[in-house]
Design a protein around this ligand. Sequence first.
Ligand SMILES: [Zn+2]
Length: 455
Amino acid sequence: MSEKTTDALQTAIDQALKADRPRLAKYLSIETVAAKHLGIEETVSVIEQSLQELGAEVEVWRDIPGSNPFVFGTLPAGPNGNSDKTLLFYNHYDVQPAEPLDEWDSEPFQLTEKNGQYVARGVSDDKGEFMLRLSAVKALQATGGLPCNLKFILEGEEEVGSPHIEPMTKKHGAALAADAIIWETGGKDADENFQVTCGVKGTASFNVTAKSAESDLHSSLAAFVDNAVWRLVQGLSTLRGPKGEVLVDGFNDGVKPLTPTEQAAVDQLPFNEEATRKNFGLKLPLLSDKPAEALINRPTITINGISGGYEGNGLKTVLPKEARAQLDCRLVPGQDPRHVSELVQQQLDKNGFSDLHVSYNQGEPAFRSDLTDSFVQTAVATAHEVYGDAVKLVPNAGGSGPQAPFFEAVGVPIIDVGSTWAGSGAHAPNENVRVSDYVQAARYTARVLQNFGEK
Ligand SMILES: [Zn+2]
């Protein structure tokens, strides 16, 4: 692509972002909190209109029982584009609750621009990203047309664990067919490297409960009566070693070692222990000598919370009848969430804690694209073109998302790229993106589509 054409693209991107700013503000002004069932229909109609304005055919799928609507849009390649190639964008339109409200410096559901940042709930995760993708599309349409076919799928329950993605992908797999998928979220790491991430870790969430009597008892009876809180902490303590090792038989069955390409990608990932310690205020030694690798490829078991008995003011010499804990595992490819929670129960049984009861909540398997795939290579090469040397290929994110059912239905590589930076504070008060990153990400999106569509 000549420099002149490239400049024309940048001008078109700048114009599109400027023209689309009111729409970005409108989209962010809706409190689309899935956990509170707020703003869903209003948000869906903004998406519908936004896609239609670009000429897209739009369908709102309401055929998955119990689910918030899915919005699906298609746009054909332009006259000079490659109509044999289709790219699917995944985004979600729901956001996290804004609470705690008193920690926001501006209104959470009002787009505020200050200190070179856009600030609002959802501006980084994930409403802003969808809007910048639409601006990139508009810029491409203004400069020679779309280089490939596009599809968009938006869900409204990502922040509550995407409980209906699997039935949706099973039902609408044919409509979703594409040659590659660009997922939500992504951007720059703490060292300002732009990341091309190729998957997600999985999760399994479950509760463990202990019950030792029908009612709380006088603690004098502890002389001969066992108690639920002790049983729970003793049982849970058998599941993990002091360095974070998961002590559950069969837990790692099916997990394959990293391929040489994955290992090479992991080896070049930076990890700044001092900055991490400071940012998180860490008080204990790290659990791994290779934290960057562990974040990507080490399965974990975590007690999210534990409760039981009395711990309020004053004394209550009670022997508690029951105790509860919620746990999660972060999983790597090859592990099945439900099976993992069954293995935990089996291990507790084996360790002499069959009175503890494991109940599965929900989970998602991990997913990792083939790093040697040509689309991954195109995404990385385009990243170098737009971001220079500061680019890292990341085999998968430390976090999770419903990529596995998409891969099952569509069978193509998935990458996560976006406009966030290390201080974006997704899910936190004062969520933001830097305006310069937003512009750069729109350019990256447009250039990936051009390079992907090249015949
Ligand atoms: Zn998100």
